[in-house]
Design a protein around this ligand. Structure first.
Ligand SMILES: Cc1ncc(COP(=O)(O)O)c(C=O)c1O
Length: 395
């Protein structure tokens, strides 16, 4: 049966992780994998998560099946965290999913069911899994310009020109905050213009929120989504709790539609049916951790303080790297690193320079120049800046 099966394409990030693990050099530096790391390079379980887990273990009486949508307390708490009351809860239909990845997939499946002819517009630089997830359900996609590579800022005119071609019924995928991989944020004015344009064209935004709290803060990072939800009749949302709760391997996410109230029951039922056909019930433990934290004042304050610390550490790494690059490379062309947000930036390096950083200096980043700013620390910033200056000098 498998004689003609071609070899599976290796996943770039997994291959990079393996190459890093196999590298025997002591001073190697991993800026590739997209997980938060503390100053010592660890991805620790958050204290608020440990406390919530202790409480759950002590009080949980059953692990029997829940509903196909998952735990309503998790969905309600996440609805509030994401939308902050911008729309009445009666406009929200949501289901739990195994992580943000499955949330994206289930939203794509919903679109495919309702509007198979729709094109999903995707920023030209995006999370490498977006397009495969869209294609997997048989939907078409088209890129819109996003990054102005020369300045490391938003190609505002290019983006709006491309989005002006969106057809009625199309879907526009937007990163809620902390754009992966560019780190380039939309300003509130951009969200307002996008909302007006999509409204005029009869298109629907689809917000992927995977890093809420890593940009400016929990509420500020959801400002764009909240504006869209308040302004437009329909918004699709995929959210992940992997990064902001550090629950990566627990697989916690949700797929949500913001819709007119009269469609709520049908959309919620359809999303539940889509879950049934793939994994039936979403995983429960991680979602329960999230709802326990969000519903308890003390745990919530602890979690927010831990999240604030993570965000500030990433910002500090951005500042020190930009300063070190100014000093080492004698140029301000990397100053954009400070104005960007979230864990990632796309560094304007050639494939040859990226290979040289890996081969000669043991510095690992993705092949497109994406760097995880949380992978840096006080020791590695000057090493990375010096190595970058050297490979840039060598051409
Ligand atoms: C933009 C974006 N969306 C969704 C996800 C999905 O994350 P997970 O499935 O681990 O929750 C990620 C993770 O890297 C991401 O960067």
């Amino acid at each position: 049966m498998f004689e003609t099966l071609p070899d599976a394409k290796p996943d770039g990030i997994i291959a990079l992780m393996q190459a890093f693990a196999d590298d025997p050099r002591m001073g190697k530096i991993d800026l590739g994998v997209g997980v938060y790391r503390d100053e010592a390079g660890r991805t620790l379980v958050m204290q608020a998560v440990k406390d919530a887990e202790r409480h759950i273990v002590a009080t949980q009486e059953s692990k029997s099946y829940l509903s196909l949508a998952g735990d309503h307390r998790f969905l309600d708490a996440m609805g509030r965290l994401l939308l902050g009351g911008a729309v009445p809860e009666a406009r929200l239909a949501a289901v739990g999913t195994p992580g943000g990845t499955a949330a994206v997939r289930q939203i794509c499946a919903l679109v495919q069911l309702v509007r198979p002819e729709a094109t999903i517009w995707v920023s030209a630089e995006t999370w490498p899994n977006h397009v495969p997830l869209i294609s997997a359900v048989g939907l078409a996609h088209r890129p819109y310009r996003y990054l102005d590579a020369a300045s490391g800022t938003l190609d505002r005119a290019g983006m709006m020109d491309d989005l002006a071609q969106v057809a009625a019924g199309d879907i526009v995928l937007l990163h809620g905050c902390c754009h992966n991989p560019t780190g380039v944020e939309l300003a509130s004015q951009d969200w307002a213009e996008i909302a007006a344009l999509l409204d005029a064209r009869g298109a629907v935004p689809f917000v992927d929120m995977a890093y809420q709290g890593f940009g400016e803060g929990l509420d500020a990072d959801a400002g764009g989504l909240r504006h869209l939800a308040a302004r437009l009749p329909e918004v699709l949302v995929a959210a992940s709790c992997s990064k902001n709760f550090g629950l990566y391997r627990e697989r916690v996410g949700l797929a949500m539609a913001v819709i007119p109230e009269e469609h709520r029951a049908r959309v919620a039922g359809t999303l539940a049916g889509l879950n049934r056909r793939v994994f039936a019930f979403p995983p429960d433990h991680g979602g329960r951790v999230v709802s326990t934290i969000l519903s308890d004042q003390k745990l919530r304050a602890l979690w927010q303080a831990e999240l604030d610390e993570m965000r500030e550490r990433v910002h500090a790494n951005r500042r020190t790297l930009a300063e070190a690059l100014r000093a080492e490379a004698g140029t301000d062309r990397f100053d954009f690193i400070v104005t960007q947000a979230g864990m990632f930036s796309l560094l304007p390096l050639t494939p040859g320079q990226i290979t040289a950083l890996r081969a000669e200096h043991g510095i690992y980043m993705l092949g497109d120049g994406r760097v995880n700013m949380a992978g840096l620390n006080a020791q590695s910033v000057p090493v990375v800046a010096q190595a970058m200056a050297q490979v840039i000098d060598e051409g």
